[in-house]
Ligand binder design. Structure first.
Ligand SMILES: [Zn+2]
Length: 172
């Protein structure tokens, strides 16, 4: 474990990349359950679905309502209206909603730091975006609001709850 002061002095983009690489090894992301398709395929499917919706408005409405109340639907809404969206878009990397849902499942729907089981978990960037962390799923763990808030923009290694995450990592 690196000393707090040493770590802060050492922090450079290369170092951040190194930490992320290490995180990826220590804390592997589960394999996706569904395969992603390319954008042309997606555009075609969307077009077919829209046409189907026009023909079957009642059934389309029921499907939309079901989606909105599902976990994935809630997630999509929070992404759309999230204030952090702009920041996240300007940062390197991306992850899908499905990857995030799988990530939460991997952690047993618990906060990665204090291990409390919660329905509403926020995305915590292990290496904060403001410090050069990326938006790839391996840099993201579920965290409760209180842990996420208390970590803020600090470096992970300098934060006292880091031990909680290390514990989780060693389980994998
Ligand atoms: Zn927590």
């Amino acid at each position: 474990m690196v000393e707090k002061e040493t770590y802060q002095a050492m922090l450079s983009p290369e170092v951040v990349k190194g930490i992320e690489r290490r995180l990826r090894e220590l804390n592997p992301v589960p394999k996706p359950k569904y395969t992603e398709c390319d954008s042309r395929e997606l555009a075609y499917r969307n077009k077919c679905y829209r046409n189907w919706c026009i023909k079957h408005p009642d059934r389309a409405k029921r499907i939309q309502e079901k989606y909105n109340s599902s976990e994935q639907g809630r997630e999509m809404r929070s992404i759309r209206k999230g204030r952090r969206r702009v920041l996240q878009l300007s940062c390197e990397g991306f992850h899908t909603t499905r990857e995030w849902l799988d990530r939460k499942e991997q952690y047993g729907f618990r906060c990665a730091y204090c291990h409390k089981k919660l329905k509403r978990l926020t995305k915590d960037h292990i290496v904060p975006l403001s410090r050069g962390g990326t938006n790839y799923i391996y840099n993201i763990v579920p965290a409760c609001r209180s842990c996420n808030g208390s970590k803020g923009n600090q470096d992970i290694l300098a934060w006292d709850k880091f031990n909680g995450l290390q514990q989780v990592m060693s389980f994998n």
